[in-house]
Design a binder for this molecule. Structure first.
Ligand code: GLP
Length: 242
């Protein structure tokens, strides 16, 4: 594991964006796994600026997002689909057919079909070259919540109270947050050739320490990432200093 401790969140975003830019330049048809949440916003902003400055070309890049609420309309401003349009997809020259996100416009009973379709699409694209990750306060990655066991395939999940509490303030009416989601499993995340995880702010201290300590546990899914052969963890001092 490579650990990069940055003084500020902005510096962390810059370091992550530089690594992603390097991936895009060295393999212009890279398949990228992308997260949502507040953490990657700075990275997407830097990548968009590099594109605007003519420094990056996304025309052959393929992206797969980690997760989506269930149920939620894609046009709902709180959907992760809308988030991706706002922060990256509409700001760079990604071909719309090359951007993928699980469809949340279904009932939970139909989630299994959507999950199998999503994993097949990742496989058909050749798997992920690089997976960018944030981390939940409780150590979740994507929506792989702490549990007795973790799932390899894309799957439907019931969100934990901790995650609902962390994410519901973003909804105009916090009670409107969907209670379920579709999330990539540990299979496609671990299958990525490179993983970059970003942890920012004091709220992420426990999650970061679960990654940096010497144990792995499904109680903090992010702790398993230290088993990956090409993991870079980028954090700020607020998350790092114990
Ligand atoms: C959400 C997402 C995760 C994300 C996490 C942290 O629940 N499903 O992919 O990493 O929350 O979010 P934030 O970056 O806003 O702290």
């Amino acid at each position: 594991m490579q650990l990069i401790v940055c003084k500020t969140a902005d510096e962390a975003a810059l370091r992550a964006a530089a690594l992603i830019a390097e991936q895009i330049r060295s393999k212009p048809d890279s398949v990228l796994g992308l997260p949502t949440g507040s953490t990657p916003i700075g990275v997407y902003s830097k990548l968009s600026s590099m594109y605007a400055a003519g420094e990056l070309d996304f025309s052959r890049i393929v992206t797969f997002n980690l997760d989506e609420y269930l149920p939620i309309a894609q046009s709902d401003p709180n959907s992760y689909c809308a988030f991706m349009h706002r922060h990256l997809w509409d700001k760079v020259n990604l071909a719309p057919e090359n951007t993928h996100i699980p469809c949340g416009e279904i009932e939970i009973e139909d989630a299994e079909d959507e999950c199998r379709r999503y994993d097949a699409a990742i496989k058909q694209a050749g798997g992920l070259d690089l997976q960018l990750l944030g981390v939940g306060r409780n150590g979740h990655i994507g929506f792989n919540e702490p549990n007795d066991f973790l799932q390899l395939p894309t799957h439907a999940v019931t969100l934990t109270e901790s995650t609902l509490e962390a994410n519901s303030p973003l909804f105009e009416n916090p009670d409107d947050i969907p209670r379920h989601a579709i999330s990539a499993g540990l299979g496609s995340i671990f299958g990525a050739k490179k993983i970059i995880l970003i942890a920012l702010g004091k709220d992420k201290k426990a999650a970061l320490s679960a990654i940096l300590n010497n144990t792995v546990t499904t109680d903090a899914p992010a702790s398993l990432l230290k088993l990956h052969p090409d993991l870079t963890v980028i954090c700020d001092t607020d998350a790092y200093e114990q």
